[in-house]
Structure formats: structure tokens, C-alpha cells
Design a protein around this ligand. Structure first.
Ligand SMILES: [Zn+2]
Length: 408
């Protein structure tokens, strides 16, 4: 049985859930983004990381001013323990009259701690949960927490696609054959397939010198070449092909457009799952590519990274103008990746093509119209052009190397 079954409960209709949830969601004020001091500092110091070396000219002040009422910077410092605790409260209360929304719980603590989760105490969340379950409203409890709406939106942007209802195959207890089950809980996956070893440490923001002096805007997972790389969240392939920094890389955008997942340094000669091309739909838990050491070269298909690893990046996009700009928001994925180890996708290898596939199929309602199943010998829909010719390198026409893709 998967370890996270404890977090899953059988799906039931939303019933009384909305009663309490209504009280959790505060309407956002017109311009809630007069940010806490540490966020302002982060905005100005981030200028060192802009891709051209010219730095950004805007100060945090003007960034949060008339340019628009969207968030300009997020430090995601939430610990994996806090995420785990909030998830348990959310899932355990799902069928109760007072459904505790995990993002609201984390946002409350974020507002209390000024975003600094080194101050996290499990008892703080216990107390909050108890107050909510005794009938207190979040509005009441946060009336003195000026930045609660900011943290609610910021953490919601990071975690918004990770918990919900979905259907997934599980082994039938008697026969072992896959049977469908409805679930509520964590539906995002670790970027590394189940049973494949990797090592990591918190390397966000450390210095990189290839190309120009910059900060490392992602998280590196060191593993063996060929390790199947997994889609963390469902989405569509926005970028595929060679980039001077990331090598063979994939950019996958969430369907709500808020998150851009960047998977880089994929394997030489066989970087991507054969089913993928620009625009392809992927589901959380699908195999999307293979770990490698390509990149740091203008020449396609070049291994120029010393240590094989997956570079995993997550960019938040509150406004489309932030996507490829000097004001990109990349978050530290170390704790998030640790949290996601509770959900690792099991894979199976096709002995003929050597391609890996997910073992247990899933139906994620976040995918508009549903996604094709990823299984060995799946027959493509008639007229479908979503399966490129075997052996070809899809999308090898390199893109101009946007700022987003320089974060390796
Ligand atoms: Zn990296």
C-alpha cells in the first residue's frame, strides 16, 4: 500500500464542507501588497539575479506600487513538517462540518512568523485548528494579521494545484489488478520516480558562474543518468528543446497558468518521454523525461554538466508580464520536494523501447477534458499528432533562451 494512503479518504460529495470554508476565505483588499519588510528586501536583493547582468532598476517600492496589484515577490520558506501537518488537518477534516483548508492554515502561520518557518511550532497550528473547530472564523483570528491576505495568495499560488479530488488506480486486494478509486488528498508527485535514489540539499540562491554571475534559482536532485523524471503537477508542455543553460529542458505550465515547472539537464540523446511535444498535456505522476547532464553549451545535445542531476525549478506567475522578465519569481523548492517524497510515482519500463511509463493511471479533474493515459502500447487517438516519431528529438529547434530558462 502506498505510504500516503493514510492521507487519503474516500471521496464523498462536498456536503457540509463549504459551510466552514466560507469563513476561511477572506476577500482580498484592493491592493493588499504593501509587503512586509523582509519581502521588500527580497525584492531589491533579487536584482542581483536578473539575467542580463544589468540588474533590475525598479526598487521594491515601485514594484509594489502603481505597476499593478499583483504579487511581485514570494519567499517560500514553509517547512515540509508544516506542510505535512496542514495537509493532515485538511484531509482529516474533509468530511467534517468544519473543513480546514491547508493553505489557510499555512498562511495564518506565515503571517504570524513573517514568513520565517524557523519559528514554526506544531502546537501553533494545533491551537489554530482547535479555535476554528470551536467556531472561530478566520476573519476574526486574522484581524490583526495585516499580511494574512498576502500569504494566503502567495502560498495559494505555490500549493494551489496540489490537493483535491482525483481518481487513481490502486491494486485490487485479491487479484493485484488495477482498480479505480476516488480520493481526496495530495495529488502532486515528487519529481523523481519511486525507488530511484537521489540526493539533495538546500541549494537555492547559491552562486552560479556559467554564462554570467547569477543565483541558482531552483533545486538540484543528484541521481543516475536515465532516472525517470516525473511531472509534479498536471499541466501542458510550454517549452521543450535545447537551451544553452538548461540543456534539454521541459517547461510545464499549470492549467491555472500560475505555476511554471522547469525540468532541466535532461538526458543526452533521449531527454523526453516519447509522447511529448509542445502543447502536450501531462498529468501529475506521468513520466516526462530522463535525468542527465546536458547543458552549459550553445551546442545541442552536449553533456557539459559534471554531476548528473535534475534541475527542478518552480516559477510563480501572478501576471503574465512576469513570465519572461527580469522580475521573475522563482521559489526555493527544497522543502516542497521533501514534502512531496510521500507521493512518488511508480514506473514500469517497456523492455522493447526502454521507455518508462507510470504504473498507476490517474484522472486529475484539473485537466480540461481529461488527459490520455500513459501506458505501454497505448494506441494514440486517430488523427492525433501528439506522438512524435520514435527516436526523434522533439522540439530541438532551440528557443531564444528566455530568462526563465536561464535558471539552472
Ligand atoms: Zn540547478
Amino acid at each position: 500500500m502506498p505510504r500516503n494512503l493514510g492521507f487519503w479518504i474516500h471521496r464523498s460529495i462536498l456536503a457540509a464542507e463549504a459551510l466552514c470554508l466560507g469563513a476561511l476565505l477572506l476577500p482580498l483588499p484592493q491592493n493588499p501588497f504593501s509587503l512586509p519588510r523582509l519581502v521588500m528586501e527580497a525584492v531589491s536583493s533579487q536584482s542581483d539575479a536578473s539575467q542580463s547582468g544589468t540588474g533590475r532598476s525598479d526598487t521594491g517600492q515601485s514594484d509594489t506600487g502603481q505597476a499593478g496589484s499583483y504579487i511581485k515577490w514570494v519567499d517560500f520558506d514553509v517547512s515540509s513538517q508544516a506542510m505535512g501537518q496542514a495537509l493532515r488537518y485538511d484531509v482529516d477534516s474533509y468530511d467534517s462540518e468544519c473543513h480546514l483548508d491547508w493553505i489557510s492554515l499555512l498562511a495564518y502561520l506565515g503571517a504570524r512568523y513573517g514568513g520565517d518557518f524557523s519559528r514554526y511550532k506544531a502546537s501553533d497550528m494545533d491551537r489554530l485548528a482547535e479555535q476554528l473547530q470551536q467556531g472561530a472564523s478566520m476573519e476574526e483570528l486574522t484581524k490583526d494579521l495585516t499580511y494574512y491576505p498576502y500569504y494566503l495568495e502567495a502560498y495559494g499560488a505555490v500549493l494551489g494545484g496540489m490537493v483535491g479530488n482525483y481518481d487513481i488506480q490502486i491494486p485490487d486486494q485479491a487479484t493485484g489488478e488495477p482498480v479505480w478509486a476516488g480520493r481526496y488528498g495530495l495529488k502532486a508527485f515528487s519529481p523523481i520516480a519511486k525507488t530511484f535514489p537521489y540526493q539533495d540539499y538546500d541549494d537555492f540562491g547559491v552562486s552560479r558562474s556559467y554564462g554570467y554571475k547569477r543565483q541558482h534559482l531552483g533545486h538540484d536532485l543528484m541521481g543516475q543518468v536515465g532516472t525517470p523524471v516525473i511531472a509534479v503537477e498536471s499541466g501542458y508542455v510550454e517549452a521543450i528543446g535545447w537551451n544553452q543553460y538548461g540543456g534539454w529542458r521541459l517547461g510545464i505550465r499549470s492549467f491555472d497558468k500560475t505555476r511554471y515547472y522547469y525540468y532541466a539537464h535532461l538526458s543526452k540523446n533521449y531527454p523526453y518521454h516519447r509522447s511529448l511535444q509542445e502543447g502536450s498535456v501531462v498529468q501529475a505522476g506521468d513520466v516526462i523525461g530522463y535525468l542527465g547532464r546536458t547543458g552549459y553549451s550553445a551546442t545541442e545535445n552536449t553533456n557539459n554538466i559534471d554531476t548528473p542531476h535534475l534541475h527542478f525549478g518552480l516559477q510563480l506567475i501572478f501576471d503574465e508580464s512576469q513570465k519572461d522578465s527580469s522580475n521573475e519569481i522563482w521559489i526555493d523548492c527544497y522543502e516542497l520536494t521533501k514534502f512531496l517524497t510521500m507521493n512518488r510515482s511508480e514506473t514500469v519500463r517497456d523492455p522493447e523501447t526502454k521507455e518508462y511509463y507510470r504504473l498507476w493511471q490517474m484522472k486529475d479533474p484539473a485537466v480540461p477534458g481529461g488527459a490520455p493515459e500513459q501506458r505501454i502500447n497505448a494506441i494514440p487517438e486517430p488523427g492525433s499528432d501528439s506522438v512524435p516519431e520514435s527516436g526523434s528529438l522533439p522540439g530541438s529547434g532551440s528557443s531564444p533562451g528566455s530568462a526563465s530558462d536561464s535558471a539552472s
